[in-house]
Design a protein around this ligand. Structure first.
Ligand code: PHE
Length: 457
């Protein structure tokens, strides 16, 4: 591996590191995917299983990724080669890079939609529309051969621009500005939504479990969602961890990221469901929930106060765009850092290659929703197929390998050293952490897969 000879760049502060990692985690997964998965899988019961997945699988695997990244001081594509030279483990790293690259392509399509919706909301494009108008508006827009592509390009260039500025001045600085703004917006919007008459029904849907809806599919959904939402299983966080300083506490950072991510997801639910129930809309609208249901909800809910519906709509889509941007940056960084380290390209050159490649995937997945929707893989259009393949299969698989690697292969002294900052921190959870990495997480992931295959077959 052609390692860089200069000192590795690092985040400037511990809080910067936490915010960057939380920025990666908090994204469309929390505000777009989590509410519709919850809506489709029966509300509170899904959330409970999801929380179980976050704490039992998610956080220990996040720690494992942090360990791999900080110890190797290499991006995920090179980390396994540094830690286990000459073994096939390097393929796990490459799988991670590929997964991230594929996700970046279709993720940026949806990220681009948020820009169209900011534009529509800000130019009064929502006012006076009926529920049906919103359906047509979304269908026309997402199936249009050109308009979504323009936003896709704009979003990708914004991402590119920040990544090119580097780890400290680009990624860390932008996260430090965007994350607090994002947090304030989620809280304010949730308060607005909760004060609507009839909001209790939405809260009940989110907090009162109905276990009759729980099937194996719900487990797979919850696990896929946990991996996706925490940015696990593709080396995003291990790449970021390679920029962590020596005194960054890995356990504390993982816990902070997990808690922030879960809070934002639940708050997003508290924005969407109370508002949807308040105007009598069913919560299981699927992926279009926030692009069809929600604009309509804002219109109706604050019908008496147009200013409020205007401000809420704009604020919501700005929130969504910010959340998406901190995530596309992290996805982009995985491939950029890999090309930069492995082939010795400058960051700018590496980033340009990544941008070009992922734009191609983006264009194909965007067109797959309109013009090219007749091309299908296993009955899904290319966009849905990419989402299924990456979130439900590739992320859990490579997450499982990360757990196995740190649990079984990596020298125990290194694992313990990284978890305790070489003896300076307490390690009361250490045995439990190892137990989960060695057995619980891998077996759990395999069981969920077997079950799913059984269902399919
Ligand atoms: N965690 C991000 C979200 O919730 C998506 C993501 C997945 C980002 C994997 C990076 C890596 O939207």
């Amino acid at each position: 591996m052609q390692q860089h000879h200069h000192e590795r760049v690092s985040f400037g502060s511990k809080i910067g590191a936490i915010l960057a990692a939380a920025g990666s985690a908090v994204g469309l997964g929390n505000i777009w995917r989590f509410p519709y998965e919850t809506g489709n899988h029966g509300g509170a019961a899904f959330i409970l299983i999801y929380l179980g997945c976050v704490f039992i699988f998610g956080l220990p695997i996040m720690m494992a990724e942090f360990t791999i990244g900080r110890r190797s001081k290499a991006s995920t594509g090179g980390a396994y080669r540094v830690l286990a030279p000459g073994t096939p483990w390097k393929w796990v790293g490459y799988l991670g890079v590929l997964t991230g690259f594929l996700i970046l392509g279709y993720y940026t399509v949806v990220a681009g939609w948020t820009l169209e919706y900011i534009f529509q909301a800000a130019t009064l494009g929502f006012s006076g529309k009926s529920p049906n108008d919103f359906i047509t508006m979304f269908q026309h827009f997402s199936q249009d051969p050109l308009r979504p592509l323009i936003w896709l390009f704009i979003f990708m260039f914004a991402t590119h621009f920040i990544v090119v500025r580097g780890v400290k001045d680009g990624i860390e600085k932008s996260s430090k500005v965007m994350m607090p703004v994002l947090f304030i917006l989620v809280v304010l919007l949730a308060i607005c939504s909760l004060t609507l008459p009839g909001a209790e029904k939405g809260v009940e849907f989110l907090l009162k479990p109905d276990f009759s809806k729980v099937t194996a599919d719900v487990f797979l959904g919850a696990m896929g969602q946990a991996f996706f939402s925490l940015s696990l299983g593709m080396g995003c966080l291990s790449t970021y961890a390679s920029y962590f300083g020596k005194d960054t506490r890995l356990g504390h950072t993982a816990m902070s990221v997990g808690v922030i991510d879960t809070c934002v997801a639940v708050l997003a639910g508290l924005i969407i469901f109370p508002a949807a129930f308040a105007v009598g809309i069913q919560p299981d609208a699927g992926p279009s929930l926030i692009f069809i249901t929600l604009p309509n909800v804002f219109q109706q809910a604050f019908a008496g106060v147009p200013v409020l519906s205007y401000v809420c709509s704009v604020a919501f889509y700005v929130l969504l765009a910010l959340a998406a941007l901190t995530s596309t940056i992290s996805l982009h960084e995985v491939s950029t850092a890999f090309l930069h380290e492995k082939f010795g390209f400058t960051r700018t050159r590496a980033a340009s290659l990544v941008t070009t490649g992922s734009l191609l995937i983006g264009v194909v997945s965007s067109l797959a929703l309109g013009e090219w929707s007749t091309y299908t893989i296993a009955g899904m259009n290319v966009f849905d197929a990419l989402d299924y393949l990456t979130a439900k299969i590739m992320l859990p698989v490579s997450g499982m390998f990360a757990a196995l690697f740190v649990g079984w292969v990596l020298d125990r002294k290194i694992v313990r050293g990284e978890a305790t900052n070489y003896g300076t921190l307490k390690s009361s959870y250490y045995p439990l952490y190892i137990l989960i990495l060695k057995f619980v997480a891998p077996i759990g992931i395999v069981l969920i897969f077997v079950n799913e295959l059984g269902l399919l077959g």
